[in-house]
Write a protein that binds this ligand. Sequence first.
Ligand code: MG
Length: 237
Amino acid sequence: MDVTAHGRTDVGRQRERNEDALLVRTRVFAVADGMGGHRAGEVASATALGPLEALDAATFADEDAARTALVEAVLAANRAVATRAQDEPDLEGMGTTLTAVLVQGGTAHVAHVGDSRAYLHRDGRLLQLTDDHTLVQALVDQGRITSDQARVHNSRSVITRAVGVGAELEVDVLAVPLEPGDRLLLCSDGLSGVVDDAGIASVLAAHPDGDAAAAALVDVANAAGGPDNVTVLLLEA
Ligand code: MG
């Protein structure tokens, strides 16, 4: 199954630089949200996408092989970002989220680290596929705060897992058997941090055209104040 991709990235209304990055190829797609001083965040997100590009031209014997290759590419991204952070003093401490999709046959393999998200929009319903690797999500999981409290919590931007900050990295992976009409949405927290799931779902429902939907999602984040860089990548099966 082929998917059609509609990607947008925007600096937002309050930041001077865009540290998000996105990758759009034929079968490989990703969103990365970099962090670090000066230009380090931009370097981190761009560097992390490099190892994923090579997957686009690869062939895989089966779904297990595709999934393994996707995880290996994320681990290679981790090494690439960590190496640059070590070698270049300006880049010390940088890191990035990474949410990536490899489409193989009729399956979307999703790999995920950090607080960018993947959602599935199917039959008018929006399902969050990924768990945020954040301090506030841990508090939600423990029942100490609600999701609505998490959205406005002072520590909401603290992530507990990132690409490029350590030698070891645990990568979440999942497989989504695609159905015709499915929409997969990858986004940075510049969208999901300011627009709740109901808001995202209503924008998707209102825009059957993928390009218009992607543009409208950026617009709604900016209309809500645009506090952060916002990146959306809409994949349509
Ligand atoms: Mg962000």
